[in-house]
Design a protein around this ligand. Sequence first.
Ligand code: NAP
Ligand code: GCO
Length: 266
Amino acid sequence: MDIMKKFSLEGKVALVTGAAYGIGFAIAEGLAGAGARIVFNCRGQEHLEKALAAYQEKGIEAKGYICDVTKEDEVLQMVADIKKDMGSVDILVNNAGIIKRIPMIEMSVDEFRQVVDIDLNAAFIVSKAVLPDMIEKRSGKIINICSMMSELGRETVSAYAAAKGGLKMLTKNIASEYGAYNIQCNGIGPGYIATPQTAPLRERQPDGSRHPFDSFIIAKTPAERWGDPEDLMGAAVFLASGASDFVNGHILYVDGGILAYIGKQP
Ligand code: NAP
Ligand code: GCO
């Protein structure tokens, strides 16, 4: 048997939300490398055009859509357009997300709601939009981008942790509800990854020394480094491919060992 065929995504349409840059872009690149046809969305024309050029540079003929994943009408229109342009979505990666780092008692209700709306509610909206075609085809893959905060809390990220904890359970529920239709829904839980979202945590101090949080993460990570978005490609291809057809409701943590480690003694 050619076992590598199980990892092939040839002919599959993969929608990666929020994939203009960052983790989403790397995951889309990885899925394309396994043969998938890539569609992605972001919120603005500028990011869209920059992303299309970046995909082109990688030799990827991606198709981009402007869509706010919190708005169901925009999502339904995007999914219909994808179906017309490329065919129905075979693989969905719910990647789009934001974080607000604010002490809970200083965070407004609107700020809390905005994070939960993008990081949790949007995954429900987009999954609900693509599931009918997956049910009809008796085939589909949904991958939710969870987090260390799906398992752990920390100061100032109450909304994000609540959303990512909820996303873990939404993953398990989609797996439970639609597994009978040969649809697998799993999560990827990245550790601390070097992207624009975490740039503030890695900024050098005025004296050129590491940001205290940067040093903290290095001490908490057995790999003694931040992850790169490319570190997530393999997990994404595995969970998007036939190699994971009997994996369902699982959160695959790609964290350099953070969740296994008490942390280096100071
Ligand atoms: P990022 O660099 O900030 O990128 C976030 C992406 O989400 C952007 O492409 C952004 O697109 C898109 N987005 C945000 N709100 C959106 C909305 N309402 N509609 C459509 N697109 C929206 O973040 P990242 O670090 O790559 O993170 C990507 C995902 O991984 C997030 O879910 C994040 O929570 C998760 N994650 C990150 C880390 C990490 O350490 N970086 C670790 C674990 C999990 P536009 O702004 O261009 O519209
Ligand atoms: C933070 C970071 C983390 C990472 C990621 C860890 O402020 O703690 O942004 O939340 O983004 O979610 O898995």
